[in-house]
Design a protein around this ligand. Structure first.
Ligand code: EAX
Length: 327
């Protein structure tokens, strides 16, 4: 009797000691952000990523999502991921050449024929090879995502041909290839971070801007822009980026969970782009936009002769042709 009571007491205190020594399963918090609204092809991407990481790691990682540039624009966000003050970001490639110059080749106008061409190139060896350029810059690129083919909007006039662009002041991304090419189109490029664009359009600081239909609709640019021309002048890739030190800390199984979550994020992202592409023109027209649909893209391309020659020298004509001809 005595022994068993002593035994029970010992077990009880041992149990209590064990309980207090076993912490609740540790949770790691990470941040991810986008510069545009949650209700968008990019919002779907980071929400899916957060959900899939949590699901695949039993909730050991909590990915907190921030939208509408509340943590900063895309250049600031890539910088934060590189420095490690923020673990993750989903961004267009707009500012990325300032960190990984090789990626700029993808920003050449009229490089990709259509969505299928762009997606298969990025998912194939060319895209995967480019992802390999990030780690030496302190960043791990988990996957290519999609922003979409960019089209021009402005508040001044319908754009039917390159001549109509002459003298239009247009906000561009902070992207050296775009800025160089858009000058050749005849516009006056004004690079600016995305969170400032709506106000700049509203106040007339710039006449126009260019973005994929997914961005134009989610940002409600129809409220401040009258004319949309489906120029499709350049494909805008996106990337899911992670701070390399944060990635290196992950055990192998968690790395796999993050990679799989990134794949799911891209699937959701592209599906939403497809959906936006089907609906956006009718939607924007119904909200009062004047949409020019069937432009002669060859005319826009023709303004880029010397610019293309320069890109050929800069990036290697072989490399450009390899992307152009990728099947
Ligand atoms: O990534 O800055 C831009 O125009 C981007 O296309 C937009 O923020 C979405």
């Amino acid at each position: 009797m005595r022994t068993s009571r002593l035994f029970m007491a010992l077990m009880a205190s041992l149990g209590a000691a064990l309980l207090s020594a076993t912490p609740a399963a540790a949770q790691t918090n990470m941040k991810i952000n986008i510069s545009i609204a949650q209700n968008s092809h990019q919002g779907v991407a980071i929400d899916t990523f957060a959900r899939e990481v949590e699901k695949r790691t039993g909730g050991r990682y909590k990915i907190q999502a921030f939208y509408s540039g509340s943590l900063g624009g895309e250049r600031e966000s890539v910088e934060a991921v590189q420095l490690g003050t923020q673990e993750l970001t989903f961004t267009s490639t707009g500012p990325v050449p300032n960190f990984v110059p090789e990626v700029a080749i993808l920003d050449i106008p009229f490089l990709f024929r259509d969505y299928a061409h762009a997606r298969s190139t990025l998912d194939g060896p060319i895209g995967q090879d480019l992802l390999g350029k990030f780690p030496s810059k302190g960043i791990v690129a988990l996957a290519w995502g999609e922003n979409g083919f960019r089209h021009m909007t402005n508040s001044k006039r319908a754009v039917n041909a390159p001549d109509d662009l002459k003298g239009l002041k247009m906000r561009t991304m902070e992207n050296p290839v775009h800025i160089q090419a858009y000058k050749a189109f005849g516009i006056i490029p004004t690079p600016m971070a995305f969170p400032e664009v709506f106000t700049a359009l509203q106040q007339g600081t710039v006449d126009g801007q260019e973005n994929p239909l997914s961005v134009i609709t989610s940002a409600k640019f129809e409220q401040v822009q009258k004319h949309l021309s489906l120029t499709g002048h350049v494909y805008s890739p996106a990337l899911l980026l992670m701070n390399k030190a944060a990635w290196d800390k992950l055990p192998a199984a968690d790395k796999q969970a993050f990679s799989e979550a990134a794949k799911e994020a891209v699937k959701a992202n592209r599906a939403r782009v497809d959906d936006d592409e089907r609906k956006a023109v009718a939607d924007l027209r119904s909200k009062g936009m004047n949409v020019v649909e069937n432009l002669d893209k060859g005319k826009f391309q023709a303004t880029l002769g010397p610019t293309y020659a320069d890109f050929g020298k800069k990036f290697g004509q072989d490399n450009i042709d390899r992307i152009r001809n990728y099947k």
